[in-house]
Design a protein around this ligand. Structure first.
Ligand SMILES: Nc1ncnc2c1ncn2[C@@H]1O[C@H](COP(=O)(O)OP(=O)(O)OP(=O)(O)O)[C@@H](O)[C@H]1O
Ligand SMILES: [Mg+2]
Length: 238
């Protein structure tokens, strides 16, 4: 579970101070499929970076599984990120000289598992994202949607509790974006991984089971959507 209380973050560039988050309270349960939505500049990336322990808040607190992340050392935070959190980025961020297989297996290879386990888990995750046939291609030999699937495989290979995805479909056409969201939803249900994805796109918001809208650094609304468990699957194709 993620518990956020009174979170504030400001940025300073020269004389100017920008209040990116102005007091955010939010509780996220394990296994949620949640979208952080809001216009450009509303604080989505800032919030995701703080949850992902990539940056430090000025005020307020974030507890992940009851642990206050402000009390951790840099080293402990790196470990927490490595074990519990997977990241998916808008621009995929794959390593161009590595194959899809190597990109996906990379985070797991850092955890010191055996060659056999590394291979088995990588093949399995490549199957789950539907790229088994293409796993020896380099990113440049894959479409945008396929590259994002590799990024999702890379995020999930360590079986993290949380996947943070900052505008994961922003560089994809709408149909490919829907395929990526479908895949994320399947993986969310299958592994009970918490997915938190930001967007300013209505189509993406429609996929969320819970929609948190940010406005000018504050939560503007927070509601379960019709797509939440048991609800009508709006926006689903086929
Ligand atoms: N490193 C930084 N230095 C100065 N200001 C920043 C920095 N990062 C973000 N900001 C400012 O903080 C506010 C929130 O930015 P943030 O990137 O969190 O918004 P966002 O909702 O992710 O926007 P977008 O949809 O454009 O990605 C904006 O006003 C932005 O200009
Ligand atoms: Mg952003």
């Amino acid at each position: 579970m993620i518990q956020i209380n009174g979170l504030k973050k400001q940025y300073r560039s020269g004389e100017t101070v920008v209040q990116a988050l102005r007091g955010v309270d939010l509780e996220i349960q394990n296994g949620e499929f949640l979208s952080i939505a809001g216009p450009s500049g509303s604080g989505k990336t800032t919030l995701l970076n703080l949850i992902g322990c990539l940056d430090i808040a000025d005020e307020g607190s974030i507890h992940i599984d009851s642990v206050d992340i402000a009390e951790k050392t840099r080293k402990e935070l790196a470990l927490l990120r490595r074990e519990k959190i997977g990241f998916v980025f808008q621009s995929f961020n794959l390593i161009p000289v590595l194959t899809a297989y190597e990109n996906a297996s990379f985070p797991l290879s850092l955890l010191g598992v055996t060659e056999k386990e590394l291979h088995e888990r990588t093949v399995k995750i490549m199957q789950e994202v539907g790229l088994e046939e293409m796993m020896h291609r380099k990113p440049a030999e894959l479409s945008g949607g396929q590259q994002q699937r590799v990024a999702i495989a890379r995020a999930l290979i360590k079986s993290p509790d949380i996947v943070l995805a900052d505008e994961p479909t922003a560089n994809l056409d709408s149909e490919t974006g829907q395929d990526i969201l479908d895949l994320m939803e399947v993986l969310n249900a299958k592994h009970n991984t918490t997915f938190i994805f930001s967007t300013h796109d209505q189509m993406v918001m429609d996929f969320a089971h819970r929609l948190v809208r940010l406005h000018d650094g504050l939560i503007h609304s927070d509601e379960l959507t019709r797509r939440a468990a048991g609800g009508t699957k709006v926006g689903s194709r086929g």
